[in-house]
Every structure is written in C-alpha cells, then in structure tokens.
Design a binder for this molecule. Sequence first.
Ligand SMILES: NC(=O)c1ccc[n+]([C@@H]2O[C@H](COP(=O)([O-])OP(=O)(O)OC[C@H]3O[C@@H](n4cnc5c(N)ncnc54)[C@H](OP(=O)(O)O)[C@@H]3O)[C@@H](O)[C@H]2O)c1
Length: 252
Amino acid sequence: MNKLSGKTALITGGSSGIGLASAKLFLAEGARLAITGRDPERLETARQQLGDDTLALVSEAGCLNDIEALLEQVGQHFQTLDILFLNAGIAEPTPLELTTEDQFDRIMRVNFKGVFFTIQKALPMLKPGASIIVTTSITNRSGTPNFSVYAASKAALRSMVQSLGLTLIGQGIRVNAINPGPIDTEGFNRLPLPGDVFQAIKTDIEGRSPIKRFGAPEEVAKVALFLASDDSAYVVGEEIVVDGGISLVCLP
Ligand SMILES: NC(=O)c1ccc[n+]([C@@H]2O[C@H](COP(=O)([O-])OP(=O)(O)OC[C@H]3O[C@@H](n4cnc5c(N)ncnc54)[C@H](OP(=O)(O)O)[C@@H]3O)[C@@H](O)[C@H]2O)c1
C-alpha cells in the first residue's frame, strides 16, 4: 500500500528543488497535494508536471496576509491537513558590513517568522496523526561566514521545532525537521554570487564532502516521505541531517 494514501499535504516552496521532488514523491505515494511558490511561471510548470489534481498557489511565505489566504484556500479544498511541509526558504549572502536591515528582516521573515505563523494558522486543520516538517540547513550547526543571517534563521527553526514538537505532541501532531547539506537544486545554482566564486564554493564543497558529491533533491524527498508518513510515528522534535556526511567533517 502507498505510504500516504488518503492523506492531504501542503508543501510550501513546492515549485522547485527539494519541494518539487517531495511533491512528486508524495503524489506517487497517494497523497492529495497543494504546493506554493512565488514565481507564477515556475509554479505553473510544476503544476503541469504534478497534474491537474494538484492545487498550485502563489503565496509569499513571509507575508501573514498571504499565509492566511493560503490556508483558507487549502481549507476549502481539503478541509483537513495531514502533512504540512514548510520548505520555502531563501539563502543570500549577508556580509557583516554590507547587510541592510531590510535584507536581514526579509530573510528572517521568510525563513523563520512565516514558518511559525503558518503552523499557527494551520493548526485548526491539523488533526491527531498530522506531521509538520520544516526544512532547516546544516549551516545552523556551524559557523557559516557571509551567511550568518541565513544560518541564524535556520538555527531559530531548529529550536522552534524542538519547542513546538513538545507543544503539539499532546495533540498527536508531530513536528520535525529535515536538515539538508549541499543539494543540487535550482535554488542552490541561483545563489547570488559571482560565477567564479560560486564555482570555487562548489568545488570546495565537493572536495570536502565525504561522499564527494552534492545530494539530489530526490534523496532529501525520501527523508521527507519518512517524516510525513506513519513510519516516523515515534519521531518527535527531531532534525534529520541529509548531507552525505559533510557536517561530520566541517563541524569542530
Ligand atoms: N539546496 C541546498 O543546498 C539547501 C541546503 C540546505 C537547506 N536548503 C533549504 O531547502 C529549502 C528548499 O531549497 P531548494 O534548494 O530546494 O531551493 P529552490 O530550488 O530555490 O526551491 C525553493 C522553493 O521555495 C520557494 N520560495 C522561495 N522563497 C519563497 C517565498 N518568499 N515565498 C514563497 N515561496 C518561496 C521557491 O519558489 P520560487 O521559485 O517561486 O521563488 C521554490 O519553490 C530552503 O528552505 C533552503 O533553505 C537547501
């Protein structure tokens, strides 16, 4: 039997990368699906790949009005939610001397604040047995020069997953995180860095990685499926690292 038969899922940032790979896998495992993204064209391309039954909604992950509107639409469509996968996120360099307050606030809003309020607003739709999954990053465990704000936003998520894991397990709702290392996604390849700097970072990561390669989004999706399904029924407030072992050698 499919692992997600009869379940409904909302994946934020489901139009590309890890979110889209997870959407495809959840669908193949029998879930009914809603996905979000910012860019309407990318969202439509994803919807065409996922099929007409998938609800694809433009929604800004850091905007509370958008979050409320999104959950209203998802509520009308599905009534209840079994899986809430909060995966939308932005990664931008924030060199200490150059970072503006606007940029700081935007990264925190999308990566952290929006996740908290999406969980809050979705709560009435989540029933016992529901699973909330949050995408963090291995940057939340180590020093990440030039990405301090992004790393801190993901560290805040890790802490929140532990606290909300305890808060919600009494209602039968599990909260966990997926912690990816370097994954070869559209988002990673769009990092706003000069070409030669970007290539040097990629080569350095591959060289330091015990597995000597980037991960594929599909490899993260399989862990998301584990956390989404009843296979992880006894996993609460946990953060599962999916990084080919790189955090073992990069951490002090
Ligand atoms: N790739 C990695 O190496 C890596 C490592 C660690 C953690 N992560 C985390 O994994 C998650 C997914 O990243 P990815 O690599 O799969 O990137 P991706 O390919 O760029 O996918 C990101 C998804 O999130 C959506 N999104 C981004 N900002 C949004 C916003 N403000 N509002 C709504 N949707 C938004 C994107 O939609 P649009 O395209 O329309 O903007 C897209 O669907 C992120 O949280 C990221 O921080 C990635």
